[in-house]
Design a protein around this ligand. Structure first.
Ligand SMILES: *[C@@H]1O[C@H](CO)[C@@H](O)[C@H](O)[C@H]1NC(C)=O
Ligand SMILES: *[C@@H]1O[C@H](CO)[C@@H](O)[C@H](O)[C@H]1NC(C)=O
Ligand SMILES: *[C@@H]1O[C@H](CO)[C@@H](O)[C@H](O)[C@H]1NC(C)=O
Ligand SMILES: *[C@@H]1O[C@H](CO)[C@@H](O)[C@H](O)[C@H]1NC(C)=O
Ligand SMILES: *[C@@H]1O[C@H](CO)[C@@H](O)[C@H](O)[C@H]1NC(C)=O
Ligand SMILES: *[C@@H]1O[C@H](CO)[C@@H](O)[C@H](O)[C@H]1NC(C)=O
Ligand SMILES: *[C@@H]1O[C@H](CO)[C@@H](O)[C@H](O)[C@H]1NC(C)=O
Length: 420
């Protein structure tokens, strides 16, 4: 009797569990379906893919009484987002997703490229309180022209100072020797709320003339805006330059390798060069991004922003793409991942373009092959400079094994292939 009662209770519980399970399954399928109807549905209903444009009747499209646009709770949204957790579905889907989620409206701003679709970001409104001169090109020079820009922050005076005394000097020497044409150079900073810092930056600019200040609050979470402001300035004042090198202020640049690398690159090609980041989206820590902001398990292919080489002709299309893709906080993912994808620019993985970690005193063979690298502090930066000078002055040698297993001393002037 007791056993039968237990069995019956067990059966009741079991069928209840099965019922709940089926209910949940239906709910889940239904939720996913509704989610598609509500958010992805905008793709087919409100967005006209062939014309690449939103309907003219804005009110109808965006008003919340539109039966095709349902407001959902954040909790429910997170539930849905976790079920979206597949690979990155392309820049168009990203755009539709954020447009729907954040209810972005097209801006009444002139399109840089009509075929890229409605404008979501005003990328041309920036003002520049402190400026560098527009690019100056050497007359009919056959050597490639460069704009070199260093992303800095208002109060990083010492980092700018050490760059001026190290690799920037190398760069100017090479320009003087006509190995390249340094058409423009600048440290890029935003606004500071500290008046004393602002005064010092103005003095710094008087002295060196190499500060470009963008009218936006300089903040870690505003880096994307800062780079947009930079690209807009380049588009207006340096559009004819052959190459733009963009580096951070904690990056050492091996200027000899920069020139060697550029000799192997066709500046008419719609490609940019840098080192691909392989990490998936992080949900914790410094680089975290919420499921809501990025409900996918991968990023598009993108470069570490520390050192990127861009032919000048890629700047205008990247800026035009930035006009039409919702911003995300990580500038490198945004520009070298999303914008390049939209603009049809190839992201060429070049391991030596930006090396994340070199020894405290970089080995001669690493100096021989690296174009730019991250430094962890001033000491590392100084040692990087010394190691570089020592290698090219034949104070240190890079010895490699050749095909026959013999040791060979590398000639620092030899050309190299930078891919790996
Ligand atoms: C909602 O979508 C349906 C099916 O596409 C369409 O017939 C209807 O007009 C839409 N409703 C509104 C208010 O846009
Ligand atoms: C958007 O995502 C869907 C589903 O993953 C995919 O089938 C479609 O090709 C994507 N659209 C674009 C333009 O990439
Ligand atoms: C980014 O810059 C804009 C424009 O200056 C400012 O309004 C905004 O507060 C900044 N955002 C952050 C997170 O600092
Ligand atoms: C450089 O690229 C352009 C555009 O793709 C091409 O037309 C040209 O032939 C290339 N030049 C060389 C030297 O490969
Ligand atoms: C780095 O080098 C500069 C000048 O070459 C020097 O003034 C500075 O003290 C050095 N810093 C460190 C931490 O070695
Ligand atoms: C570089 O230094 C090595 C070792 O000190 C020496 O054998 C070699 O001749 C030097 N090369 C040049 C070009 O000075
Ligand atoms: C090459 O150099 C290494 C040390 O740098 C040495 O141990 C090795 O014996 C050398 N090999 C030849 C073939 O000379």
């Amino acid at each position: 009797m007791v056993a039968v009662a237990h069995l019956r209770t067990g059966l009741v519980l079991l069928s209840f569990a099965v019922f709940i399970y089926i209910l949940l399954a239906i709910y889940k399928a239904d939720a996913t379906q509704r989610f598609h109807d509500v958010i992805i549905g905008i793709d087919t209903q409100d967005y006209i893919p062939c014309q690449n444009q939103y309907p003219v009747n804005e009110e109808k499209q965006w008003s919340s009484d539109n039966e095709n646009f349902t407001v959902i709770s954040l909790e429910f949204f997170h539930y849905l987002a976790s079920h979206l957790n597949g690979p990155f579905p392309g820049v168009e889907n990203y755009t539709h997703y954020v447009v729907a989620k954040s209810r972005l409206k097209p801006l009444p701003v002139k399109q840089l490229r009509a075929e890229f679709g409605p404008v979501l970001n005003d990328v041309t409104y920036f003002r520049y309180p402190i400026r560098i001169p527009p690019c100056r090109y050497a007359p009919s020079g056959s050597c490639p022209s460069f704009l070199v820009v260093v992303i800095s922050a208002p109060n990083y005076f010492h980092k700018r100072d050490i760059i001026r005394r190290t690799w920037l000097r190398h760069l100017q020497m090479q320009s003087d020797l006509d190995l390249m044409d340094l058409s423009g150079f600048g440290f890029i900073v935003g606004l500071t709320e500290d008046r004393e810092t602002q005064k010092r930056i103005e003095e710094e600019s008087e002295t060196y003339g190499d500060i470009l200040q963008i009218e936006m609050l300089d903040d870690y979470y505003n880096l994307t805006l800062k780079v947009v402001g930079l690209l807009n300035w380049i588009n207006d004042h340096c559009s004819r330059v052959d190459f733009v090198l963009k580096v951070d202020d904690d990056v050492y640049v091996n200027t000899k390798n920069l020139i060697k690398a550029v000799a192997t690159v066709n500046s008419s090609e719609q490609s940019i060069y840098g080192s691909v980041v392989h990490n998936p989206p992080q949900r914790e820590g410094k680089w975290k991004i919420s499921l809501e902001d990025w409900p996918w398990s991968t990023y598009p292919t993108y470069f570490s922003g520390g050192g990127v080489l861009m032919p000048g002709i890629t700047i205008a299309p990247i800026l035009a793409a930035a006009q039409t893709i919702p911003y995300m906080p990580f500038d490198d993912t945004f520009f070298t991942g999303l914008c390049t994808a939209k603009a049809g620019i190839t992201v060429q993985d070049t391991y030596w373009m930006f090396v994340g970690a070199l020894e405290e005193t970089p080995e001669p063979c690493d100096v021989h092959t690296s174009i730019t690298w991250l430094t962890v502090d001033v000491d590392h930066f100084n040692k990087s400079h010394r190691a570089t000078e020592n290698f090219y002055n034949n104070v240190t040698q890079c010895i490699v094994k050749d095909a026959d297993g013999n040791n060979r001393t590398v000639d620092p002037t030899e050309s190299i292939s930078f891919s790996r």
